[in-house]
Structures are given as C-alpha cells and as structure tokens.
Design a protein around this ligand. Structure first.
Ligand SMILES: [Zn+2]
Length: 185
C-alpha cells in the first residue's frame, strides 16, 4: 500500500525516522534541519558494473541555499537489505552532517547507526536490515521501480541498411539509411 505519492516524500519521512538516531550518538554530528533527497543518477559511475556509485551527497557548501542534497541511484532495486535505498540513505546522511570522507568520524557514526564493512562502500548490518523491515511497513510501499540498465541502455543498432517493402506487392529491398530518409521508399 502506498502512503506517499513521491519518492522524495517517502525518503524525507525516512530521514525523520533516522534523525533522532543521529542525535542520540555521542559523537556530536547531527543532521541539518533540512536535507533534500531525490532519486537520480550520480555524475559519475551510476551505471558502472564493478564500482557502481549508489548515492551522492552534495554537502551544504556546494548548494546555493546551503541545504544539502542527496541523490540515490535509480538502479537500486531494494528498499531494505544490505545495500538498498535505506542503507545508502543512511550513508549519505552521514555526509550531510558535514563529514567529508570515510575516515574516523565517518566510521564511528556509521557503526553507531548500524553500517558495517569498508565505509567507502558500507552496507547495513543484520540488525539494521531487520530494523528496515519495520520502517518499510511504517512508510508503506516505496513509489519507485528500478531502472534496469540492461534494458534501458542497449547499444544502438549500428546497421545503416534498412529494409523497405513496397506496400503494393510486398517486394522487399535493402537500402542505405540515407536513401530511406530522402523519401526513396
Ligand atoms: Zn560516502
């Protein structure tokens, strides 16, 4: 069942669920009062097979009105799970707190919030994945369908010869695309 019409509304509601968890850590990093979040391709690596970029955070210093913006890759399939929308959202929210890289501060916050593994490509721990199930129920279905690169980004057909058929007798002929455009057929 859908409770939110747009992905943005759904993700913003998720941020408000996570906000008190940020406040509750002992490290002093809290979320800005507003964070904009959308589903969209990152500037680089959005379709990479081996090192796909699943999300980016443009921190306050890079935005005209100083409100951080997060973009989550539309090829992400799951809401919960190890590296679904919620796991990537938490990762990017840690950057939105002002933590630039994946060093000590990031690792402390990440682990406190339930991320594990190499923090550059963190994933949700098993307890956090369990927790995501409850959040998904609370927020209702996510109004999204994953972009499937294998379907969307097929290599264009490079063949320049087009098949044409006479509408009268059905006689077929293969001609160069150039002639096709000139109205030959
Ligand atoms: Zn990161």
């Amino acid at each position: 069942m859908y409770k939110y019409k747009t992905r943005e509304d759904w993700l913003e509601a998720a941020i408000e669920i996570f906000r008190p968890r940020f406040d509750a850590t002992v490290y002093g990093f809290t979320l800005p009062s507003k964070v904009r979040v959308s589903v969209g391709f990152p500037p680089k690596g959005g379709l990479s097979n081996n090192r796909r970029c699943f999300g980016i955070c443009v921190r306050d210093s890079g935005v005209a009105d100083r409100i951080p913006q997060i973009y989550l890759n539309p090829t992400i399939e799951k809401v919960g799970g190890e590296m679904g929308f919620l796991a990537i959202l938490i990762h990017e929210l840690i950057h939105a707190c002002g933590i630039k890289n994946h060093g000590k501060d990031f690792k402390r916050m990440g682990e406190a919030l339930g991320l594990e593994g190499n923090m550059r490509s963190s994933h949700a721990s098993s307890w956090l994945q369990e927790d995501f199930k409850g959040i998904a129920l609370q927020l209702g279905d996510f109004p999204h369908a994953p972009v499937v690169p294998a379907l969307q980004f097929l290599k264009p057909d490079k063949c320049r010869i087009h098949k044409c058929a006479c509408p009268e007798c059905g006689y077929t002929v293969r001609i160069a695309k150039k002639m096709d455009r000139s109205g030959f057929a």
